[in-house]
Design a protein around this ligand. Structure first.
Ligand code: COS
Length: 387
């Protein structure tokens, strides 16, 4: 049986991290929230907010101090993602991609790659991207067609990726390509850093999306792109594991984003219900509304517990971190959908129109059940640990 002292050690938040959370909450409310409607309407990448995150050292959160980061760990990073996602999910994604696009390098990269790339990302000078999925290889990335061959000491990459966030914004892409088809996906895929200014790279098609519209997503193409051997991330042939171990950690970012959307919708609906009067009284005096708000708040709190546990497991390097990350992502994203649908219902007709933020929150929430592994894949990952 787990003792009380062991339970107390599941996670703890140092007081300075709580202070940082307050500062980020205030920044989000004052500087990010006022831009959220315009970002959604114009579907333009918010360069101004990216600069703001850099100036405030928030882009340093994913990195160790030796690489120009804050060294404050995964829990603090995802506390920040939640705070930003409460007001603008597109802006939260900037911080999530900082983590997703650099984790392969942090976990598997050579010292040379780490020193060349991570401090530039931490300062905000450069942005990364993570290029795994393809049109015919989404849930099954092992089926990818993009391939790389050796030529005169370099690697030459050909193929097209799909649904890649930060497309056209990123300064480099971590690209996964088949290097030995015979070896199968377990040992025949390799990860490469591809800088955006390499000949043969092109941005390709950008998608029009339901939500997170301020994040450019699309299909980068690699047409005979030549990279030196120093750009290989980890061992040749071990790229599938680079991707899996990255996703085992980065899925916590999706959980944090989903939680932020859900909490933002809950807070908005609760405040609305206090003000809105029908039948001569505030609608939050009706049990029909109170029960909805109570369920919404409870789902957020439960999602946060799972997220914080997953983060603590990553920070400690616990062996079951991938399972917890999958559970946190699964639960928080399903909660975000349920909660945002209810938030629209609490606002009634006002919930359905663009003058109020909850319809945007509903649209933004949907992707969290899909990206970085659909929730069906998360269930598969969790179930595999139970056999
Ligand atoms: N960490 C480390 N290694 C892992 C791993 C993990 N989490 N998961 C699998 N591996 C290893 C396996 O141990 C195996 O290695 P060996 O052959 O040396 O034993 C290898 O990877 C292949 O594993 P497996 O055959 O189990 O892989 P599958 O093709 O069955 O795929 C899932 C497993 C479904 C979990 C994987 O394809 C997946 O995560 N899909 C979703 C992808 C995704 O999230 N896409 C979103 C892209 S980013 S928006």
């Amino acid at each position: 049986m787990v003792g009380v002292s062991a339970l107390a050690e599941i996670y703890s938040i140092p007081p300075e991290h709580l202070e940082l959370r307050e500062a980020i909450r205030q920044l989000a409310r004052e500087r990010i929230a006022p831009r959220a409607v315009e970002i959604d309407e114009t579907a333009e990448y918010p360069w101004d907010l990216r600069r703001l995150l850099a100036e405030q050292d928030i882009l340093r959160l994913p990195f160790d101090s030796e690489h120009g980061g804050t060294g404050t760990g995964t829990l603090m990073l995802n506390i920040a993602v939640e705070e930003i996602a409460k007001v603008c999910a597109s802006t939260a994604l900037i911080l999530m991609i900082q983590e997703l696009g650099t984790l392969p390098i942090k976990l598997f990269g050579s010292d040379q790659l780490k020193h060349r790339l991570l401090p530039r990302c931490a300062s905000g000078e450069w942005s990364p991207a993570f290029a795994l999925s393809e049109a015919e290889a989404g849930s099954d990335p092992g089926g990818m067609l993009t391939h790389a061959r050796q030529d005169d000491g370099d690697w030459v990459i050909d193929g097209t990726k799909s649904w890649i966030t930060n497309l056209g914004v990123a300064d480099f892409y971590v690209v996964f390509a088949v290097t030995d088809r015979e070896a199968g996906h377990s040992h025949g895929i390799t990860a490469f850093v591809v800088e955006a200014d390499r000949p043969g790279f092109s941005v390709g098609k950008l998608e029009h999306k339901l939500g997170i519209r301020g994040a450019p997503t699309g299909q980068p193409s690699f047409d005979g792109v030549r990279v030196p051997p120093e750009n290989v991330v980890g061992e040749v042939g071990e790229g599938f594991k680079v991707a899996m171990e990255t996703l085992d950690r980065s899925r916590l970012g999706v959980a944090a984003q989903a939680l932020g959307i859900a909490q933002g919708a809950t807070d908005y609906a609760a405040a609305y219900a206090r003000e809105r009067r029908q039948f001569g009284r505030s609608i939050n005096s009706f049990q029909a509304i109170q029960f909805k708000l109570a369920d919404m708040e409870t789902q957020c709190a439960a999602a946060r517990e799972l997220l914080y546990q997953g983060c603590a497991k990553v920070d400690r390097g616990d062996p079951d971190l991938g399972k917890y990350s999958a559970m946190a992502k699964l639960f928080a994203s399903d909660a975000a959908m349920r909660v945002t649908v209810e938030a629209v219902q609490v606002l009634g007709g006002y919930g359905y129109v663009k003058e109020y933020p909850v319809e945007r929150m509903l649209r933004d929430a949907k992707i969290t059940q899909i990206y970085e592994g659909t929730n069906e894949i998360q269930r598969l990952v969790i179930a595999r640990t139970m056999r």
